[in-house]
Design a protein around this ligand. Structure first.
Ligand code: LLP
Length: 421
């Protein structure tokens, strides 16, 4: 459920007409709903606790939508943060996430990033390989601390909405095998700079089938039990993120209730704290990308809807052939027509969709790309020297610009001249 709906023939975000935001801030612009972010977080937490999961750590995957206002909205409800770079650690801290709720994942954390995270006091570093274990051990000893770590396992289970976002197969770069995890866990428990506290996995994103998740999690339970039977202490099991959301062209995702029931089944009998790293299921349906029609360009065989948003603002269609529902903000009656919806960027990949049936649209009309709150603004760029897309957060009848659109002067001023030019 989300809080974008038609009221009096106009698409609103909560109590604010989207047209009012477009007027005030210009387009393209991302618009997020606080109520939807809050709802998704509480629905997940309530489902998990309802299924008997005690005090889960829900570490919001910051990469999905790293805007500080978004993170802060969730942190106020008790969310932690799953981060993958020093920049994300800094964002989580700036948003008020307590360090003891921050989990640091990622295959290539640098020495500097590890040191920064340890000084900040993050709860756990998810170690993805033996060289990384050795590095964390050394950096922690140099700082005179003992790093709490989890070993990230690659459960060799394929899942996810697209090859580029499937992370759990043995040939992907993430994590180590089960046997390697056992060896590294034992090794880590003898190192002076680390204290192994758990194991972690994340098998992919936009997963709409619970079966591969359950298969992976049951394997993780087996690993925890083997480690414990070897006399090793395991306190935490981090099951990652990955739960899919409805994009309209994909299978319906499981309900939070079904997900939670599966978690309870897969982890039954374990006495460990559970952690989760949801990104998309919290943020995707809490945001839209609002754009204005620049032209309707009719060719004999095709009709192009040329928007002022482009692939640099929303990369997912170009990168993953992703489908985003497109809705007129002020729908008029009339028979639906097929449009190729494109942006102004100079490559054919800047096509959001082809032959999409939409109600009649004209120059100046506003459209909203739905389900764009996750991996939308997060992946935006200034390609073609288009200023970075701004972001707006709505709460009830209020809205605030939480990332302003840079001016052209701001954009140019970031560069410095070469002395010989
Ligand atoms: N934890 C780890 C270690 C991850 O790598 C990810 C996502 C998550 C959690 C959050 O997964 P989620 O709950 O959002 O599925 N840019 C792509 C998605 C990439 C996902 C990368 N990792 C897209 O637009 O579909």
């Amino acid at each position: 459920m989300n809080h974008f709906e038609l009221r009096d023939g106009e698409l609103h975000c909560e109590d604010v007409p989207l047209a009012r935001i477009a007027e005030a801030v210009g387009t393209p612009v991302y618009v997020y709903s606080s109520a939807t972010l809050e709802r998704h977080f509480t629905v997940l937490r309530d489902a998990l606790t309802g299924a008997g999961v005690r005090d889960p750590l829900i570490a919001y995957a910051v990469k999905a939508n790293p805007n500080i206002a978004v993170i802060r909205t969730l942190a106020r409800l008790g969310a932690g943060a799953d981060v993958v770079s020093e920049g994300e650690v800094r964002r989580a801290l700036a948003a008020g996430v307590p360090p003891e709720r921050i989990v640091f994942s990622g295959v290539g954390k640098t020495e500097g990033e590890i040191a920064f995270a340890l000084k900040a006091g993050v709860a756990e570093i998810n170690v993805e390989s033996e060289p990384e274990l050795d590095l964390v051990n050394r950096v922690a000893q140099d700082l005179g601390v003992r790093a709490e770590i989890a070993i990230r396992v690659n459960p060799d289970v394929g899942a996810g909405g697209h090859d580029k976002i499937s992370t759990g197969k043995a040939d992907s770069k993430f994590g180590v095998s089960f046997s390697e995890a056992e060896r590294l866990y034992a090794k880590a428990s003898n190192l002076a700079g680390v204290r192994p506290v758990g194991v972690a996995c994340h098998i992919g994103s936009q997963i709409t089938d619970l079966a591969p998740m359950e298969e992976a999690f049951v394997k993780m339970r087996g690993l925890v039990q083997r480690l414990q039977s070897e006399g090793l202490r395991v306190e935490r099991l981090d099951l990652g993120g990955g739960l899919g959301v409805p994009y309209f062209n994909q299978p319906e995702p499981p309900s939070p209730g079904d997900y939670a029931a599966m978690i309870a089944r897969a982890t039954s009998g374990l006495d460990v704290g559970l952690a989760f790293e949801p990104g998309r299921m919290i943020a995707a349906n809490a945001g839209v990308l609002l754009s204005r029609v620049v032209h309707v360009h009719q060719r004999p065989d095709r009709r192009f809807l040329v928007l002022d948003a482009a692939m640099n603002d929303l990369l997912r269609p170009a990168m993953y052939d992703a489908y985003h529902d497109i809705r007129p903000v002020n729908p008029r009656g009339g028979e639906a027509q097929a449009y190729d919806v494109v942006g102004p960027v100079c490559e054919t990949g800047d096509t959001f969709t082809r032959d999409r049936k939409l109600p009649p649209l004209a120059r100046g009309d506003l459209v909203a790309f739905m389900t764009a709150g996750a991996y939308g603004a997060a992946m935006s760029s200034e390609y073609n020297s288009r200023p970075l897309v701004p972001e707006v957060l709505v709460k009830g009848g209020e809205f605030a610009v939480v990332r302003p659109r840079p001016s052209y002067d701001d954009m140019l001023a970031r560069e410095t001249p070469a002395p010989w030019l």
